[in-house]
Design a protein around this ligand. Structure first.
Ligand SMILES: Cc1cc2nc3c(=O)[nH]c(=O)nc-3n(C[C@H](O)[C@H](O)[C@H](O)COP(=O)(O)OP(=O)(O)OC[C@H]3O[C@@H](n4cnc5c(N)ncnc54)[C@H](O)[C@@H]3O)c2cc1C
Length: 282
């Protein structure tokens, strides 16, 4: 699974399904659910890491029509779960719609972005989500939640409790000038390139932002920049990122997360919570 994970680690999984449209995705997940198998949905694999030993579960990646996007009346865009957020933001810009500039440099998909309430530079998906359509695995029914029913919070949504397959989401945006929208996106992406270690594999911010602090500043102040376990290293460029310097394993990442967490707790009495989702070995 290292090929499907932006940290580039992880052993094999038993089954990887690549449905091409919503009908196949729903049929597959409904069938699996009826025989007692819970599928694990993947987006772009930019916030999940797979165990080195492999995993016996069944993983699903949305491809084909599940990456489609279309413009609806009144500044609303409908996007399927597998669509990359960068393409969603570019589509909004092409149609002169503002509000998703912050998302253009987030490497996740619509599904993963909704589940995490992805955000950057003062914007979060919750600010623009009108509704989310999903398959409820416990009933086999398709439901739609309004933005307020999604219980969005900082890197949180109701979809994190599991049992729901995000199929599609709608976003309401504001009319804007295409050139200005594009300039804002370019500026934010340049800021990312200047500050973040985008030349090395990572999962973005390794830890959630603790209330009242910045994880990167705490890690830096504890002298942990550049500290490594095997091939996993606290980035020299941005202490909030853990990068794969070439030969990292998931176990290196897990051990480095634990080391950083215990050192920050020892020095600052703040218990950092990982933002990266480490999938368990069944
Ligand atoms: C270089 C870099 C920079 C980043 N910058 C940011 C940033 O600025 N802001 C930010 O918020 N994040 C950032 N991230 C983290 C990551 O991109 C986001 O968390 C993103 O939302 C994850 O989307 P994904 O499609 O990769 O999800 P995945 O990692 O594939 O999955 C994440 C979770 O969502 C679930 N999931 C995915 N699709 C579905 C679906 N259709 N239905 C149900 N569940 C689903 C998965 O099971 C998993 O639990 C960054 C990551 C990297 C590597």
């Amino acid at each position: 699974m290292h090929l499907h994970c932006s940290f580039r680690t992880g052993g094999p999984v038993r089954v990887l399904a690549l449905p091409q449209d919503e009908e196949s995705l729903v049929a597959l997940c409904t069938y699996l659910s009826s025989v007692g198998v819970t599928p694990c949905l993947l987006g772009n694999g930019t916030n999940v890491v797979f165990p080195d030993e492999g995993n016996d579960s069944l993983f699903v990646i949305s491809t084909g029509d599940l990456q489609s996007v279309r413009l609806l009346p009144e500044g609303v865009i409908s996007a399927s779960a597998g669509l990359p957020l960068s393409r969603l933001a570019a589509f909004a810009c092409e149609n002169g719609l503002a509000g998703l500039e912050f998302a253009s440099g987030i490497p996740g998909s619509v599904g993963g972005g909704i589940l995490m309430n992805a955000g950057a530079y003062g914007g979060e998906l919750k600010d623009v989500v009108v509704s989310v359509r999903f398959l409820d695995l416990s009933t086999g029914k398709i439901w739609e939640y309004s933005g307020s029913e999604c219980a969005f919070g900082y890197r949180h949504s109701c979809f994190q409790t599991g049992g729901k397959v995000i199929l599609q989401a709608s976003f309401r945006l504001q009319p804007g000038d295409k050139a200005e929208i594009s300039a804002r996106m370019k500026d934010l992406n340049q800021r990312r390139r200047d500050k973040q270690p985008l030349d090395l594999p990572s999962c973005g911010s390794a830890f959630r932002r603790p209330e009242g602090y910045f994880a990167a500043a705490l890690i830096d102040e504890c002298g942990l920049k550049g500290v490594s376990v095997g091939g996993a290293q606290v980035s020299e460029k941005h202490a909030g990122f853990i990068v794969n310097t070439g030969h990292a394993t998931t176990s290196d990442l897990r051990n480095l997360l634990a080391l950083v967490r215990s050192e920050v707790y020892r020095q600052k009495h703040i218990d950092l919570q990982p933002e990266i989702i480490l999938l368990p070995t069944p």
